[in-house]
Every structure is written in structure tokens, then in C-alpha cells.
Design a binder for this molecule. Structure first.
Ligand code: TYD
Length: 133
């Protein structure tokens, strides 16, 4: 079983250019409470390094590229996001890291919950303890 669950979004573009539409409970498999985006990330910067107790997310590189690592405590997998028609679904209890941001990368994240620091597990050993419970 792969940890990497990719969503392929239909491109509604035409000769004028591209267009992708995201709709909750349709091509996004949850209700969206929050949207945020990362941009101007330094070339040598890695981000993430946490899991969530109760949060679903879809990550889309709407411009440029970056590499995600997902880890469920048993397996660790890597995927490059480099297209606006590709979404990476990230469920509960998945350690995530983001690496190798291109200088033009704009990484859009749709999230099922409002920001809540107490939902974060930022310590890898705590994450391993949680998934082995
Ligand atoms: P952080 O969780 O460190 O980003 P990442 O894990 O993606 O590298 O977030 C950086 C700061 O922004 C931190 O102080 C928390 C804050 N933040 C919000 O206030 N709201 C949000 O939706 C997010 C994602 C972060």
C-alpha cells in the first residue's frame, strides 16, 4: 500500500489558458476550512517535520516544484509535486516533510480544520509512540 495518494484534477483550460477548479466533497475529499500557501521558500530550506492528530490536507504545487516525504511510522515515501493538476492527499497521523523547493514554488494547501497548534505533533519520537499505540 502506497502512502502517496495523488489526486488528478481536471484541467478546464482552453486555447486561452489553463483553469482548475477545486470543490469540497467533490474533487477535494473533505470540507475545506483553511487555505494557506508557501512561497519564496529558500533553496536550502526544508519545512514541515510534523504530523497532525486530526487534519486532512491536500497539497498542490500551483507553480514550480517541491518534494514531499510522507512517513506513517512504518514506511517513508517521497514524491515530487510539479504540476498544478496534481494534489497530494495527506491524512491524519502522517509525518510530512517538504524539501527541494524551486525558487518559483507556490505550494497551496487546503486543510479540513482551522489552524490549531495543539493538533500538531512536532516531535518524531512522539509521532512514533502515537502510531504504535
Ligand atoms: P509551521 O507550522 O512552522 O509551517 P510548516 O510546518 O509548514 O513548515 O508554521 C509557521 C508559522 O505559521 C507558525 O508560527 C504557525 C503559523 N501558522 C498559522 O498561524 N496558521 C496556519 O494555518 C499555519 C499553517 C501556520
Amino acid at each position: 500500500m502506497s502512502l502517496i495518494k495523488l489526486l488528478n484534477f481536471q484541467n478546464l483550460g482552453d486555447e486561452r489558458g489553463d483553469l482548475i477548479s477545486l470543490e469540497q466533497q467533490k474533487n477535494i475529499p473533505f470540507d475545506v476550512k483553511r487555505v494557506y500557501y508557501l512561497f519564496n521558500t529558500g533553496a536550502s530550506v526544508a519545512r514541515g517535520f510534523h504530523a497532525h492528530i486530526n487534519l486532512e490536507q491536500v497539497a498542490i504545487c500551483v507553480k514550480g516544484s517541491c518534494r514531499f516525504i510522507l512517513d506513517n511510522g512504518e514506511y517513508r515515501e517521497s514524491v515530487i509535486l510539479n504540476s498544478p493538476d496534481l494534489g497530494l492527499y495527506i491524512g491524519n497521523h502522517q509525518w510530512r516533510e517538504m524539501h527541494d523547493f524551486s525558487s518559483d514554488c507556490v505550494l497551496l494547501i487546503l486543510a479540513s480544520e482551522y489552524y490549531c497548534e495543539s493538533d500538531y505533533i512536532r516531535n518524531y519520537q512522539e509521532f512514533i509512540a502515537l502510531v504504535n499505540k
